[in-house]
Design a protein around this ligand. Structure first.
Ligand code: ATP
Length: 304
């Protein structure tokens, strides 16, 4: 008498958790403009190489204010492109356009030569992994939270993802290790730790295209180093697009787009941009100064 109802409850629990924990769907639910629908003859996106191309893209949330203005760039397969710029320049909007939460008002976005408004939204999002600014954790163990990236992953694969995401030292210090309960009713993780959980999930998912929307909050340099290491692991052989606030995390990018008021103001590698002595150089110098002041403050605090 009790087995069937319990079994049913178990099924309902798994279903609810399965739908709730789908981070991309959650992101979709929160962000998606209601008007975006699949074309009648939409095809499945086929990713062969993972090349992303923005071609003369213009976009406005409201007609009176242009947010993205005639933007063109290509991310070659397997390379890392970062976008930096002042707050409100339109960096996160580019990610929303790539996920097709909105359609460009002019121009087009292509993945492997397929225009993204001609493919199904499901197939588009299946091929893109995102490490968002704020990762949602569920009231479950840390292990289950990571496994969510690919529910059929083996224990060995999960342990490997934990290692690559630089979470092993953190886990080793927890009383119940990876079986520690997290979320609202469990252990609260810092912003950097949550991002590394998102990285571990994405390592398990292994999508051909990776988007990393870096948190604005400044991390201590130890957390930053851990994230940096994890990012290098994750982006190997994948096309990656990074919205960056801390320039130190994107020094290795193949191309850095410096945005200002919806346009690309400068672009190039870290060294090329420093040599240009322009906006990027000023941003870099300001961040380095802020960092050394912060480190000095920490040293002073330790000394007193
Ligand atoms: P930050 O570095 O602060 O995250 P950003 O460069 O990512 O900024 P976006 O989030 O792309 O900037 O926003 C670009 C502009 O579009 C901003 O002025 C913002 O206020 C506006 N904007 C963003 N989302 C919407 C929206 N849903 N509706 C209307 N305007 C929006």
């Amino acid at each position: 008498q009790i087995f069937m109802p319990l079994n049913f409850l178990g099924f309902v629990y798994r279903e609810i958790r399965g739908s709730l924990t789908n981070i991309e769907n959650l992101f979709t639910l929160l962000e998606q403009a209601p008007l975006i629908v699949d074309a009648d003859n939409a095809n499945e996106l086929v990713v062969t190489h993972g090349e992303i191309r923005f071609e003369n893209v213009c976009f406005s949330y409201h007609p009176e204010r242009i947010i993205i203005e005639d933007l063109s760039f290509t991310i070659k397969p397997g390379t890392k492109v970062a976008v930096v710029g002042e707050s409100g320049a339109g960096k996160s909007t580019l990610v929303k356009l790539l996920f097709r939460f909105y359609d460009p008002t002019k121009g087009a976005i292509y993945i492997d030569d397929q225009q993204i408004n001609g493919v199904t939204q499901d197939s588009l999002r299946k091929h893109i992994g995102i490490v968002p600014q704020d990762t949602v954790l569920f009231n479950d163990t840390l292990y289950e939270n990571i496994k969510y990236g690919r529910p059929d992953a083996t224990e060995a694969e999960i342990n490997q993802a934990i290692k690559l995401a630089h979470l092993h030292d953190f886990i080793a210090r927890l009383p119940d290790k990876e079986q520690t309960q997290v979320g609202e009713r469990g252990l609260k993780l810092s912003g950097g730790e949550k991002q590394r959980v998102a990285i571990a999930r994405t390592i398990l998912k292994r999508p051909p295209i990776m988007v990393f929307d870096e948190a604005t909050s400044s991390l201590d340099s130890q957390s930053e180093q851990a994230i940096l290491g994890a990012l290098q692991e994750i982006s190997k052989g994948h096309t990656s697009f990074v919205v960056a606030h801390r320039l130190s995390t994107i020094m290795d990018a193949d191309n850095i787009l410096v945005m200002s008021q919806g346009r690309i103001h400068e672009q190039g590698s870290h060294d090329e941009l420093l040599a240009k002595n322009g906006f990027y150089k000023r941003l870099w110098t300001a961040q380095q100064q802020k960092l050394s002041t912060h480190e000095q403050l920490l040293l002073d605090r330790q000394a007193s």
